[in-house]
Design a binder for this molecule. Structure first.
Ligand code: ZN
Length: 253
């Protein structure tokens, strides 16, 4: 029931997340309409109708949104339902729904522009830290707080070092994203050792998945080196590990 409600919520919220994907990088004023992916024309409020907006066309150039709108909307809806199944009606449900929405927006922007804008990453880290601090404090969950901070340091630290060694492949945006990811990967762990294990799994999934997709992409495009952004792979690795954290850590609930 909760999963169905969040699934529908995700489909409704998706178009609004798409506004951020449209407008944050070109620094456009936020408005309640999408912009055409072809000619930048405003598409009106109709472009925010869930599901139906996928089939609309631009009045100016006739382009359809093709993959973008269904991609963002279905990713949001699917992740929302998965997060609801993982956490149930608990106090961590809200924060992880918010994290999922933020990661969909950042991944879509990274895929389209190869950027992870500071305008989103810094506030996400700030709000994330605040939420983890307040909720952990409120519930007397000192180990949860410690695990989250250890996760953020480990994830951010590893990607930070990778950035220093291999700057072309791993940008500064990836480092900031990783601090956010580590915070919320660590927060589901029961202790700091568990947090480190989960961060390791998330990195493993991200590098494996990112590597396979990168190789396949290069085969198809016949380019010398990977030009796909790594942010979405990191986000996917972290989300998968959060969703599967109980079996991964060998706990039942
Ligand atoms: Zn157009």
């Amino acid at each position: 029931m909760l999963a169905v409600a969040t699934l529908i919520g995700g489909l409704v919220l998706g178009p609004w997340l798409g506004i951020l994907v449209d407008r944050v990088v070109p620094r456009l004023r936020l408005a309640a309409e999408h912009r055409c992916v072809g000619c930048d024309a405003g598409l009106g409020h109709r472009s925010l109708v869930p599901v139906l907006s996928w089939f609309g066309r631009c009045g100016q150039c006739g382009r359809s949104p093709w993959l973008r709108y269904p991609g963002v909307d279905l990713a949001t809806a699917g992740l929302f339902a998965a997060v609801a199944l993982r956490f149930g009606p608990t106090w961590k449900l809200g924060p992880y729904l918010a994290v999922a929405a933020v990661l969909v927006v950042l991944s879509a922007i990274d895929l389209e522009t190869h950027l992870l804008p500071n305008l989103l990453t810094w506030p996400a880290i700030g709000v994330g830290l605040f939420v983890v601090l307040v909720l952990s404090g409120e519930l007397g969950d000192e180990t949860g707080l410690k695990s989250a901070l250890v996760g953020a340091a480990a994830f951010g630290g590893f990607i930070g070092v990778t950035h220093l060694v291999y700057e072309a492949g791993m940008g500064r945006g990836d480092v900031k994203l990783s601090v956010l990811l580590g915070l919320f990967v660590g927060w589901v762990a029961p202790d700091t050792i568990g947090a480190l294990r989960l961060v390791f799994y998330a990195l493993f999934v991200a590098f494996l998945g990112g590597g396979v997709v990168g190789l396949a992409y290069n085969r198809i495009r016949r380019r010398g080196r990977a030009e796909i952004p790594f942010g979405p792979a990191l986000a996917a690795g972290a989300l998968l590990v959060v969703l599967a954290s109980n079996p991964l850590l060998g706990s039942a609930s």
